[in-house]
Design a protein around this ligand. Structure first.
Ligand SMILES: Cc1cc2nc3c(=O)[nH]c(=O)nc-3n(C[C@H](O)[C@H](O)[C@H](O)COP(=O)(O)OP(=O)(O)OC[C@H]3O[C@@H](n4cnc5c(N)ncnc54)[C@H](O)[C@@H]3O)c2cc1C
Length: 449
């Protein structure tokens, strides 16, 4: 080891060479780091921010709960007293269309509840857990570059800039994980992100100090109000406060008169259902916005690297899928990495085949529902009582997050739901298309102004 390298290794406990470098300390990065460290690999995680910090994405799915248990964090999370969520309630503005979802009614009723969390606290808890599991964690440290071997094929380390330093340091690694979320550090190297024109939506959101909760155990459920232009979320927290957000076509944000805050406030006033739930409550933070957020990346792994969570793909958040996708993709990829490192001391693109297949399969299952949510005939099927109880149960399984390894029975009833939507399309053609569209004001995306 050269003198300068030895200094690099010892300064503030900074490592010069590790098995795995994780870039980003959100749920995807923390999960990866926890698992790698627990499996005995030398792991370092670099996070740009100082935690706790605000992040959006507060409603979690039931299929996340066994994963919390598998990474050993469930009891810590429960001790923090998160809001327990048993399901969701969907309403369509100004109509009697409504749909309660109770997770216990899924095809697999082993997943009856989940949590709603303030991400500042939740992400800090997961990151501390990674630390306690043995990963070296550096906050306020930005990864500036992923390093590749001379032929450009194999990731072999990163450059990072610590707070207060002007020169980046180098860390060598057998594996580099991009868990940088929407920053998607590696996506440029992989040919950029692909936007989904069908999901060209943006969101504005804020927290309020209180809201009118439903009485009883469903009071903690997420409330979704669909409108002709988009939809609202209201996510209750255990301290009585609530996260409120609106999702609309990006065009509406771009063509707005005035600020995003004005657009948000005007939209509250224009949606009686939301206005009523927020009567007497006070906004406790500035309105924030995120634009044009759905995308995918053509490649999500290669020799010595992989992408997990939002760094790989982002789906419209209507079914609260992001944290589950981030943590579950990290768990699957970490298992592949562990096997490869033990067998041959390196990780090749071929070792990620199973990870890519499973992750992309889960995304496709969610994506079909998310696209459907913006199609009147699918939304009509969703708001119409199912002819068979099991069809509703199949849908509930997907909404609970059962997309990674659904049972044959769940797949069958999910298929039945999609068959029903196709049938409704035929019925619409026969009775004259548009009855649901007229009642709700929801137009097919291609017809929307
Ligand atoms: C409007 C909206 C609503 C949402 N609602 C929900 C919801 O209700 N439920 C749900 O499950 N999901 C929701 N999501 C999605 C959810 O926010 C994300 O899917 C989830 O946070 C992804 O986790 P991640 O670990 O991949 O990325 P992130 O949580 O984004 O973490 C990435 C981390 O990487 C760090 N970072 C970035 N660049 C660098 C760098 N160069 N060096 C070091 N660190 C870096 C960042 O500071 C960040 O802490 C929503 C998203 C949006 C946009």
């Amino acid at each position: 080891m050269t003198q300068s390298r030895r200094e690099n290794a010892t300064l503030r406990g900074f490592p010069a060479e590790v098995d795995a470098v994780i870039c980003g300390g959100g749920p995807g990065g923390s999960t990866f780091a926890t698992l790698m460290a627990r499996m005995g690999h030398r792991t370092v995680l670099f996070e740009r921010e100082k935690f706790p910090r605000f992040h959006i994405g507060e409603s979690l799915l039931p299929w996340n709960v066994p994963l919390f248990e598998r990474i050993g964090v469930l009891s810590k999370l429960q001790a923090a007293g998160p809001q327990v969520k048993r399901g969701a309630r969907f309403y369509h503005q100004g109509t009697s269309f409504t749909r309660p979802v109770l997770f216990a009614n899924g095809v697999d009723s082993d997943h009856p509840t989940s949590f709603q969390v303030k991400r500042a606290e939740f992400d800090a808890l997961l990151l501390d857990h990674a630390r306690e599991s043995g990963a070296a964690v550096f906050e306020e440290t930005r990864v500036t570059e992923v390093l590749f071997t001379a032929d450009g094929k194999r990731a072999c380390g990163v450059k990072v800039l610590l707070k207060g330093e002007s020169e980046p340091r180098t860390v060598g690694a057998k594996l580099v994980v991009d868990a940088t979320g929407r920053d998607a550090l590696l996506s440029r190297h992989l040919g950029g992100r692909r936007r989904d024109p069908l999901l060209d939506r943006s969101a504005a959101f804020a927290h309020y100090d209180t809201f009118k909760r439903a009485e009883g155990p469903t009071g903690g459920d997420i409330v979704i109000v669909t409108t002709p232009e988009g939809w609202w979320w209201l996510i209750p927290f255990s301290d009585g406060s609530v996260s409120v957000g609106i999702v609309m076509p990006s065009k509406r944000f771009k063509e707005r008169q005035g600020t995003v805050e004005q657009l948000f406030e005007e939209s509250v006033l224009a949606t009686p259902e939301v206005q009523e739930l927020l009567a007497g409550s006070k906004r406790t933070m500035d309105v924030q916005a995120i634009a044009d957020y759905s995308y995918s990346t053509p490649r999500i792994s290669g020799d010595g690297f992989c992408l997990v969570g939002d760094a790989a793909c982002f789906l419209d958040p209507v079914f609260s899928t992001g944290v589950l996708l981030a943590m579950q993709s990290a768990e699957i990829a970490a298992a592949s990495v562990d096997r490869a490192l033990r067998r041959k001391g390196r990780v090749d693109a071929a070792d990620f085949r199973g990870f890519e297949r499973t992750f992309r399969g889960a995304i496709r299952r969610f994506e079909r529902f998310v696209h459907g949510f913006y199609q009147p005939h699918v939304l009509e099927t969703f708001y119409t009582p199912a002819p068979n109880d099991w069809i509703g149960r199949g849908v509930t399984t997907v909404l609970g997050g059962g997309v990674f390894h659904p049972t044959f029975k769940a797949r069958l009833w999910i298929f039945a739901f999609h068959a029903c939507t196709a049938l409704i399309r035929v019925v619409q053609a026969l009775r004259g298309k548009g009855a649901f569209e007229r009642a709700t004001g929801i137009l097919e995306p291609e017809k929307a102004p």
